[in-house]
Design a protein around this ligand. Structure first.
Ligand code: HEM
Length: 365
């Protein structure tokens, strides 16, 4: 029987002639930002999502008896894999948590067999690198991202008090827009909601291959305790504690387990769910996010001194992928080149080995 889902083929991606140069310009802009923050901190920090709120270990279990369109790639068969999860904040600098931006959720799945994309051959990891906020990205393609990044490149020079003010204005404006039934991904980027990092939903925002099909991906908190935090919109106030988001994350995981559903949204129409324009939301009425796996993080010390050290040597990257989950579209093609280059500069500059974990036992307690 024919499915309503768009089949993946290499033809679903289209490239502009200028794209290779645009991607080199993004990397050059990121290098300049890295030089500046390295001079500020005396070490290299991630040029995006620089501040960690925690590093957790856990398990991902693929659900049993998934129907054929959902049983693809890593999710083709029920299985349990060890995972490493890093929670973080968007800016490529170590801001106070009063500067309120989108949060990141990067998950590294270990022990994954199967054909990897070029550059990741011989490795056994599959990473998914997600953000909170919206199901789509504020910038349509690599060129639009470059324009935005050149502006961001100068942001570390602004005083913190100004960044806090921009963050608050963006958040308040976005709350007002949401009240009238609309919102802006650009404003969310600078003024995200303040709910607990473990009560947020996180989105790939941009598409990837899903075996025979194409999806966007989401990670959604599902335990009763996490849902209670989300329902209550419990605010994490960074004006009192500069590390309030980390305090909240570490405090929660010290006391309780966290559980997330991993869901996928299958592409049903390439014109209304485009691959090359990341700023177009894909209709959830047309194709809802459907569960394919669960991520379980049991109680642990998520930011011990040993883990603080260990997380700096890790790279969570869209370039760590099975061919079956190949990142797609202009934004993803830029990421495929930018993450390996920037993670290499960062780790070599800090005298860290270019290391990819092979066992969960390598993560310190
Ligand atoms: C053209 C667009 C983008 C570029 C060039 C880009 C580039 C980067 C780079 C270079 C890093 C640091 C890598 C490292 O040092 O290890 C990073 C980190 C990160 N990015 Fe992006 N990014 C882009 C879009 C996105 C999108 C669409 C998302 C999510 C929806 C995202 C989420 C993250 C997260 C969560 C991290 C932190 C990963 C970690 O925990 O180590 N980025 N990005």
């Amino acid at each position: 029987m024919q499915t309503p889902y768009v089949l993946y083929s290499s033809n679903v991606e289209t490239f502009s002639q200028e794209e290779p140069q645009v991607i080199q310009d993004i990397i050059a802009s990121m290098r300049r930002l890295n030089d500046r923050t390295r001079d500020m901190y005396g070490r290299n920090v991630r040029v995006s999502h620089g501040k960690s709120h925690g590093l957790a270990v856990g398990e991902l279990t693929v659900l049993d008896n998934l129907p054929e369109p959902l049983a693809q790639g890593l999710f083709a068969q029920a299985a349990t894999y060890p995972v490493i999860v890093r929670l973080a904040n968007v800016p490529g600098e170590i801001t106070t948590d009063a500067v309120n931006t989108q949060r990141g959720f990067a998950v590294k799945i270990l022990g994954v067999q199967g054909q990897k994309i070029a550059g990741h051959e011989g490795q056994t990891t599959q990473d998914f690198v997600l953000d909170s906020g919206t199901t789509y990205f504020p910038m349509s393609n690599a060129k639009a991202f470059l324009m935005q990044h050149r502006l961001m490149e100068h942001a570390p020079q602004f005083p913190t008090v100004l960044k806090e003010a921009v963050s608050t204005i963006s958040r308040v404006t976005n709350e007002a827009l949401k009240a009238v039934g609309t919102d802006s991904a650009k404003l969310d980027f600078f003024g995200d909601s303040r709910i607990h990092p473990l009560a947020e939903a996180y989105y790939s925002q941009v598409p990837m291959r899903y075996g025979s099909y194409i999806v966007k991906l989401a990670v959604v908190p599902v335990s009763a305790a996490q849902q209670a935090l989300a329902d209550a919109q419990v605010e994490v106030d960074g004006t009192q504690d500069p590390n309030a988001l980390r305090t909240a994350t570490v405090g929660y995981l010290r006391e309780q387990d966290a559980e997330f559903e991993l869901r996928v949204q299958l592409c049903t129409d390439l014109s209304s769910m485009p691959i090359e324009d990341a700023s177009q939301p894909w209709s959830e009425a047309e194709s809802p996010y459907l569960p394919v796996a669960r991520i379980w993080l049991s109680r642990q010390e998520a930011y011990s001194e040993a883990r603080q050290q260990y997380v700096e040597g890790l790279s969570f990257s869209v370039a760590h992928s099975l061919e079956d989950h190949r990142p797609l579209g202009s934004i993803m093609r830029a990421r495929l080149q930018a993450y390996p280059v920037m993670a290499t500069i960062r780790r070599q500059g800090n005298q860290e080995p270019l290391y990819e974990p092979t066992s969960i036992d390598q993560v310190p307690a």
